[in-house]
Design a protein around this ligand. Structure first.
Ligand code: SAH
Length: 655
């Protein structure tokens, strides 16, 4: 199992019972968070109306001052060009509802390069189409385009080559893992991929997860050895595109179609004298990297002894390079086997190695010491540097867990929000059958991890491990994830792990639960108070289930039975029928809905005294009516009040 090798934040203990604490975080749609701050710009009132829903998602809606006041909108400053130029530097993404030509002219002077430009989406005034204009790949623009389209009910229009192939595009495949893009001719290699020409891949660092979901006709040729890598016969003899994935600093001749990704696998162990200046650390690192041919782009972070945590030179070194600093106690470092221990160091700080031991410790299980300690002396101090390569890269990203209910099964029943969550995720984890149900909704290049039925805990643990590592993981449940669903298993497991409630972030996307689907197939049986009872006694003692059945039956709740009966578990269902018979009329209407809203759906109507012999299995939901429920033709109806039973005739119902 891939596990994060970096430290999780220590769990915050205690509970936060402040009312509204979550709603403070929920002012924007969670799926938009990676794209905020986001400017939505409209020039006409109708265009502003089209973009207005994005305000609820967290966007700021800008309109010409002359259009004010408009609901939810703010006036931009004239002149537009200068205002946009300033926004360009501050915003993560842009959505325009303007003529495409006008957008192109407005942003043309601001574009600098494909990997740093913010994503720009153009929506037509009527909100029918959302076009990914630029920043589409590297900036996550394809995902934003799908998200905006989903939100506005528009069709996403993606025009780059990777969008229509079921392939991760070469220039984004490392993004989920936090890899850095290195030098190379990205345009040429991407073009080769788009033309389905072979791309030879050398990967000696970083995750292989991106390789596991490739379609059969993918263009990658994996080389374990440059000389022996197999090549498609038609490509033999021709120069082919190259993709290198490692920690090596490489310059390619400009005419070659070659690129490199750098997974962040290098942990730099540093020991230094008190007061050693940042400049000396910089020159020491530069020298060591250059001597070994390693790239700074592959650095995961810096590790040292806890005594050095407040060294100003070291701290500013990490801050300027945006690198995490991991510190370890001498007792921890002492236990790490290293090639070059020193008695002098042991005497001074309580561990025979700082640089080598800290690098290895931070890099985690299976790490390799690439560079044994090197000493650099200079003005104002001295530093020791060692470099270890980790098996699992540091992603540098905050992971997210989306608990997604997909409803009963048909894609038409998946809510737009759940759809969007599935598309935004890096990884989908779930029972294989449910993942198949949502296969048409997937985004090319997503990692999909199907599981057999029953492996709930395993699924939950895997999803959590991937999210702790920094990935956005959608855990897919049928119906609603929090109703007898995998969502609850994930939350319980997080609690077991001492989760701080924030990292990884959890978002829950409700789905249509089985009792709603089943009810909708037979009528309106849930119009009065109802309850759900699961008959599975796997984790719940039968005595508790029986007590609930008694209570529901005696209190006249309309009752939906989940997990009613399996081949090996028949007793609870027979007992449930017997309990209800004691409290209800034998002619009480009962509906059995098998595979509701799936292609092999079956609906049976019966009455309570015949229920025990009815065809009921684990893909059925059973709805037992209350004492005023009736069949009307094929329909099962529960009145909204207890008319004729002495209750208030004016019981209101929501419409
Ligand atoms: N999280 C799911 C419930 C999972 S428990 C939800 O919210 O719907 C599994 C039980 O749900 C099954 O044994 C069955 O009783 C019921 N169920 C799930 N999908 C169903 C469907 N399409 N039709 C009928 N019952 C269903």
């Amino acid at each position: 199992m891939q596990r994060a090798t970096y430290c999780r934040r220590s769990p915050r203990k205690g509970h936060n019972l402040e009312v509204g604490i979550r709603s403070v975080c929920a002012v924007s749609d969670p799926l938009f968070v990676p794209y905020l701050p986001l400017s939505a710009i409209a020039l006409t009132p109708s265009a502003a109306r089209t973009l207005q829903p994005l305000v609820a998602a967290g966007a700021t809606l800008w309109v010409p001052p002359a259009l004010m006041p408009l609901p939810d909108a703010r006036p931009y400053e004239e002149p537009f060009g200068a205002w946009l130029a300033a926004q360009w530097l501050q915003q993560r993404a842009f959505v325009f509802a303007m003529a495409t030509g006008a957008v192109v002219r407005a942003i043309a002077p601001l574009l600098s390069n494909k990997s740093s430009d913010p994503p720009v989406v153009v929506v037509d005034r009527a909100g029918q189409f959302a076009l990914g204009l630029c920043g589409s790949h590297a900036g996550g623009g394809n995902r934003l385009t799908r998200l905006v389209a989903n939100y506005l009910g528009a069709v996403p229009v993606l025009t780059d080559a990777a969008a229509d192939a079921d392939l991760p595009s070469v220039d984004v495949l490392g993004v989920p893992f936090g890899w850095h893009r290195g030098n190379g001719n990205w345009t040429a290699v991407s073009a080769a991929g788009a033309r389905s020409e072979p791309i030879r891949v050398w990967q000696s660092a970083g995750s292989h997860l991106w390789r596991e979901q490739l379609p059969d006709d993918h263009p990658f040729v994996f080389a374990t050895d440059a000389a022996t890598a197999p090549l498609a016969p038609e490509a033999a003899g021709k120069p082919i595109a190259e993709l290198w994935i490692d920690a090596v600093e490489r310059e390619f001749p400009p005419e070659t179609a070659a690129v490199q990704w750098h997974p962040r696998v290098l942990w730099i162990g540093i020991g230094c004298e008190r007061g050693t200046p940042q400049a000396l650390l910089e020159s020491a690192l530069a020298r060591v990297l250059a001597e070994r041919g390693l790239t700074a782009e592959a650095i995961a972070g810096v590790a040292t002894l806890d005594l050095k945590a407040d060294e100003p030179g070291l701290r500013s070194f990490c801050r300027d390079r945006d690198l995490p600093l991991q510190v370890f106690a001498p007792e921890v470092l002492q236990a790490v086997p290293v090639p070059n221990p020193s008695e002098v160091v042991a005497e001074a700080v309580g561990t025979p190695s700082v640089a080598e031991a800290a690098a290895l410790q931070a890099a985690g299980d299976g790490a390799e010491l690439l560079v044994p300690k090197q000493i650099e002396r200079g003005e104002g101090g001295a530093a020791t540097i060692a470099i270890a390569q980790a098996v699992y890269e540091f992603t540098g990203r905050s992971g997210r867990l989306y608990l997604v209910g997909i409803g009963p099964g048909a894609t038409a029943q998946v809510t737009p929000a759940a759809r969007a969550a599935l598309q935004q995720a890096d990884v989908l984890v779930g029972y294989a059958r449910y993942l198949d149900c949502v296969a048409p909704l997937r985004r090319p290049g997503q990692i999909v991890e199907p599981y057999p039925i029953g492996a709930e805990l395993e699924r939950a643990r895997r999803a959590i491990a991937l999210a702790e590592w920094g990935l956005t993981v959608a855990v897919v449940s049928s119906g609603d994830a929090g109703i007898y669903g995998i969502g609850g298993v994930v939350m319980e497991e997080l609690r077991q792990l001492g989760w701080d409630g924030r990292e990884p972030a959890v978002e829950i996307f409700p789905g249509i639960t089985a009792l709603q689907s089943a009810a909708a197939r037979v009528g309106t049986p849930l119009m009065h108070d109802f309850c759900a009872i699961s008959l599975s006694d796997l984790l719940t003692p039968w005595s508790a289930i029986a007590a609930r059945l008694e209570a529901a039956a005696s209190a006249d709740f309309v009752t939906a039975l989940y997990n009613p009966q399996s081949r090996d578990r028949k007793r609870p269902f027979a007992a449930a029928c017997e309990i209800f018979m004691r409290y209800r009329d034998p002619e009480t209407p009962v509906a059995i809905v098998r595979n509701a809203l799936r292609k092999d759906e079956r609906v049976y109507r019966t009455q309570l005294d015949r229920l025990e012999d009815a065809p009921v299995d684990m893909v059925c939901t059973v709805i037992i009516g209350n004492r005023s429920t009736q069949f009307y033709g094929d329909w099962m109806l529960t009145p909204r009040g207890y008319l004729g039973f002495g209750a208030d005739e004016n019981t209101p119902a929501d419409d």
